[in-house]
Design a protein. Structure first.
Length: 479
């Protein structure tokens, strides 16, 4: 089903370029279709059957993307993992997923070679409920969980995003994201392929190369780090971005300061959206309409989002305006966690509402604002502090590049608010001055009781700040 959904958007002319980029020979849509059909046959010849899993560990490449598409068209379950995973982590994924085949770099070469002479495999017709992929999520609260995504989940989200973001065959998308994650593998690739657009393929993010490609591109999808690094380059000018129609950010919160700075520099307001491994994309600032800094916009068409306010209970819309747990329901929501029924049951409320684990609120315009992860909530002296609110105020201060706010044990308050700040390049900050600078903007219980400086905040491969690492590092500062 998923491949047929994407295929329906392929251009009428099979010679149309689907993928090219620095150092790559252009790949047409006709070649993409034929090569994935032959790769599907090679997978079948190796004994991989519909419903079997293949574990993909190879680094990002067009060849790796084609194996994913071959698996989808053959009804095989694709299980991507970070190529930088340790041997211990890979042992866990192999034992848990029980793959029929592991596709590392060497295997990728073998499959590509065998596909040169293979006869194409007819397109399978998996149902909407058939499993298409398993993506493992963070194991910070236990062993990693494999989120099971169906053909229907992925097809529904692709169709929604293509419409919501106005993708067409005229688009040229800079693809500089990894492909072991929802953002690069599903969101970016599906939007391009399902609309007949062209992908400008980058092995990774290099600000100079991305700037060079802006002249021939129309869309960039990135994580917030992409945009802060582009802002560091003097070459980022309105002229460089003149041909672009859309800059999209996701996978981690985009600071309002970066949003405003990028708009001032280029004339483009970044479109921030919100999604998860388990659900694909949930909400998005509009293509036409106000893009609000610090907000992820209204729910996407067909997606229901409600706030489970601890005081007033679940609320299906913006009526209460209170902060609570974000819950979602729709055709994009996953079936559950692979072989973990207990954790699946814990993740869902009644009537199919998935508990995201994020905290948020709706504003009067119906835009969703994320205030943090439930596990990141700081309760100090019995009062709730939402880190995103404090981080936003710190980010506004002169000389601050970025900030992370965490809670750490405190003998009197239970938890204390601690701010970890990375100064802007060439700036020397006085940690003691930070709480005083925030005093007129935040209630006293929200003010940091300690401020620590780091050259850079620790981030994972998708640009998310690793707050668990920060909590561990500063756990004993009040001891």
């Amino acid at each position: 089903m998923l491949f047929e959904t994407l295929q329906a958007g392929f251009p009428a002319d099979p010679a149309t370029t689907a993928i090219d980029g620095p150092g790559l020979a252009p790949l047409s849509y006709g070649e993409l279709d034929a090569r994935t059909a032959r790769l599907a046959a090679v997978l079948a010849a190796r004994g991989v059957r519909p419903g079997d899993r293949i574990l993909a560990t190879a680094p990002k490449s067009v060849a790796a993307l084609l194996v994913y598409l071959a698996a989808v068209r053959a009804g095989i379950v694709y299980v991507p993992v970070n190529p930088g995973a340790t041997a211990h982590e890979l042992d866990y994924f192999r034992a848990d997923a029980e793959p029929a085949l592991v596709v590392d770099a060497a295997m990728l070469d073998q499959l590509a070679g065998a596909a040169e002479t293979a006869a194409p495999l007819p397109l399978a017709a998996p149902s909407a409920d058939a499993l298409a992929a398993i993506l493992y999520t963070s194991g910070t609260t236990g062993r990693p969980k494999g989120a099971m995504l169906s053909h229907g989940n992925l097809a529904a989200n692709a169709t929604t995003l293509i419409r919501a973001w106005g993708f067409s065959a005229a688009d040229r998308l800079i693809h500089a994201l990894p492909i072991f994650h929802v953002h690069g593998l599903f969101v970016a690739s599906h939007c391009a392929l399902g609309s007949g657009a062209r992908m400008l393929w980058h092995q990774g993010f290099d600000a100079g190369r991305v700037l060079d490609d802006l002249a021939q591109a129309t869309v960039l999808m990135g994580v917030p780090t992409f945009y802060s690094r582009l802002l560091d380059r003097a070459e980022l000018t309105p002229e460089r971005a003149a041909g672009m129609r859309l800059f999209i950010s996701g996978s981690a919160p985009l600071s309002a300061e970066v949003h405003r700075a990028f708009a001032a520099r280029t004339g483009h307001a970044i479109l921030e959206r919100y999604g998860m491994t388990e659900t694909g994309m949930l909400a998005s600032n509009p293509l036409a309409g106000a893009r609000v800094p610090g907000s992820v916009g209204p729910p996407l068409p067909g997606v229901e989002i409600r706030i489970d306010d601890p005081d007033s209970g679940p609320d299906a819309g913006p009526d209460s305006g209170g902060v609570g747990g974000i819950e979602v329901r729709g055709p994009n929501v996953f079936a559950g966690y692979w072989r973990q029924p207990e954790r699946t049951a814990e993740a869902f409320a009644a009537k199919g509402w998935f508990r995201t684990g994020d905290l948020g609120r709706f504003d009067e315009a119906g835009y969703l604002h994320i205030v943090g992860r439930a596990k990141d909530l700081v309760i100090t002296g019995g009062l709730n502090v939402y880190p995103a609110e404090v981080e936003a105020e710190i980010d506004r201060l002169p000389g601050v590049a970025e900030a992370a706010v965490i809670g750490v044990p405190h003998p009197d308050f239970g938890e204390a608010v601690v701010a970890i700040i990375a100064p802007a390049a060439g700036v020397t900050l006085d940690p003691a001055s930070i709480p005083a600078a925030l005093r007129d903007r935040l209630a006293s219980y929200k003010l940091p009781k300690a401020v620590e400086l780091l050259d850079a905040l620790p981030r994972n491969t998708m640009g998310k700040i690793e707050k668990a690492a920060l909590r561990a590092r500063y756990a004993s500062i009040f001891s």
